[in-house]
Design a protein around this ligand. Sequence first.
Ligand code: ATP
Length: 207
Amino acid sequence: MIGILGGTFDPIHFGHLRTALEIAEGCGMEQVRFIPGSIPPHRPQPVASAQQRLDMVQLAIADETQFVADSRELDRAGESYTVTTLQSLRDDFGDEVPLAFIMGMDAFLSFRRWHRWQDIMQMAHLVVMHRPGYEPDVSEWHGSSHVQQHCELQQSPAGRIAFQSVTQLAISATFIREASRDGHNLRYLLPEPVRAYIAAHDLYTTR
Ligand code: ATP
């Protein structure tokens, strides 16, 4: 099974990395692909450039062979919708391999407003990880045959939703950017090579 973690990664931090590792182990994933997203022009733009966000992902996962940096959303011109990304992964890996799109509870709470969410579920499983500050709310899914309590997704390529507990790390990229602007030390919130990259490129210093 291939896990997919999409995000802005502005910057990537231990809240992404530790949880992705626990999900990979808990759900039996051979690989997790980290896919930095391009942001549509009408939305607030990330502070770091697309290349810098990709560089930071690569630095963060360099030692972990299960983790792969995937630049397909940045390589494609225009808006990147999850459904298009999943189609491109299906083109590369075929229709049979189980794909699991990993997201935090914050992202899941608005999932039914995502572009073509039903098609997303036809192309991948969802693995939802609990995140501090976001109460699990599955009322919209109550009684849905798609939902399972344990992460057993190997039997089919797509279509199920699993909720997975992970070590709760109340780290966010927003917090890191603000801490940096306030002149605080970022050590131990994110991998050291990423911290050094931020310092070397003078990222997140101005408001
Ligand atoms: P920002 O603060 O800029 O919104 P973020 O820290 O939420 O950023 P993203 O790149 O937007 O990071 O997140 C990518 C994915 O990782 C999302 O599905 C999000 O829910 C999840 N995620 C991020 N941080 C955590 C965390 N600490 N615990 C669990 N899931 C997380």
